[in-house]
Design a protein around this ligand. Structure first.
Ligand SMILES: NC(=O)C1=CN([C@@H]2O[C@H](COP(=O)(O)OP(=O)(O)OC[C@H]3O[C@@H](n4cnc5c(N)ncnc54)[C@H](OP(=O)(O)O)[C@@H]3O)[C@@H](O)[C@H]2O)C=CC1
Ligand SMILES: O=C(O)[C@@H]1CCC=N1
Length: 294
């Protein structure tokens, strides 16, 4: 189902002009990461945002970056345009862009419920879908990559080269977007919640200082992540190594096994149900709501 498309081996400057439409949490994070890694110079980046002040403050943070007031201007003449708005905001942006985009341009959508085929129906350019992760901010984790029918091998390579600076690009099939996004992109929030609950309990049960407990737990999570990746341990092996037979961890693991039974099945069902709702909303926005089954 999945294959790692690229290793971090192409370290050279990228000569392209990139537009970003929407510089909220993810749009700004991608820009910060591309600039911090040297993938892009700020002068290669043009941004627009509904609330223009947000685009301006990004230009202040990255001198040379160009903030423009219209989405059409952010897209005009760019080699790659990252569309970083929420699914229900796509229709408005697409309507602004559809007449200006050129066939050679590559539009990269970063949201799961807007399908590549829908974007190809609405826009004349090449389309890719890339689902980032907050972990890309520290140049870790995957970016999930899917390519539309008009994307040429050279476009694919250019985009993967760019993403390699901040992530491990992972090519997936669009039908697997939701579950892979759950693991890669929603996952950091899920694991952070589990950690928060652990810290809350430590503070409540023992009175340990919260800041100290948070620092210790966060360092533990960092090391655990390394063991599971660079240390090549599976989650099961890691538990076995920690849980001394007859010891303390084994007792608590037994409790966790019982209490967490089915919890993550519920998580996956919840994300998938919301995704199905979003698919309908996006479809109705882009094509109009069906009336009387027509
Ligand atoms: N957050 C995450 O970890 C991840 C998010 N994503 C996807 O990224 C997308 C964006 O998420 P996120 O960045 O978190 O959301 P945010 O709400 O933080 O950012 C969305 C941005 O889009 C701007 N915007 C809305 N409408 C328009 C418009 N018509 N023209 C220009 N700009 C517009 C908003 O402007 P304004 O300042 O006016 O609100 C806002 O800055 C979502 O679809 C999400 O699914 C994917 C992977 C991970
Ligand atoms: O919460 C969301 O909708 C997005 C999708 C992946 C991460 N955040």
């Amino acid at each position: 189902m999945l294959r790692f498309a690229y290793a971090k081996r192409f370290r050279r400057s990228i000569t392209m002009n990139i537009g970003f439409i929407g510089v909220g949490s993810m749009g700004s994070l991608l820009i910060d990461a591309f600039v911090a890694t040297g993938a892009l110079d700020p002068s290669q980046i043009t941004v627009s945002n509904r609330t223009f002040a947000k685009a301006v403050s990004l230009a202040v943070r990255h001198p040379g970056l160009n903030a423009v007031p219209s989405n059409a201007e952010a897209a005009s003449g760019r080699d790659i345009i990252f569309l970083c708005v929420k699914p229900h905001e796509y229709k408005k942006v697409i309507d602004e862009l559809r007449h200006g985009l050129q066939p050679h341009q590559l539009l990269v959508s970063i949201t799961s419920p807007v399908l590549i085929k829908q974007l190809e129906d609405c826009l004349p350019c090449k389309i890719a879908k890339v689902i980032p992760s907050i972990t890309n901010y520290v140049h870790q984790g995957a970016t999930l990559c899917m390519f539309g029918t008009r994307v040429e091998p050279t476009d694919r390579k250019r985009l993967l080269d760019l993403l390699t600076y901040i992530s491990d690009p992972l090519e997936i099939e669009e039908c697997h977007t939701r579950i892979v996004s759950d693991l890669s992109s929603c996952g950091p929030a899920f694991i952070a919640l589990v950690l928060q609950k652990f810290i809350d309990a430590a503070v409540e049960e023992t009175g340990i200082d919260r800041a100290q407990a948070t620092a210790i737990a966060s360092a533990m999570l960092h090391g655990t992540g390394k063991l599971l990746t660079e240390g090549e341990m599976t989650p099961e092996q890691l538990q076995q190594r920690v849980a001394v037979p007859g010891g303390i961890t084994a007792k608590a693991l037994a409790l966790l096994h019982k209490e967490l039974e089915g919890v993550f099945n519920g998580v996956v069902r919840t994300t998938h149900a919301k995704y199905e709702e979003d698919l309908v909303v996006v479809h109705d926005l882009l094509y109009g709501k069906e009336v009387n089954g027509t």
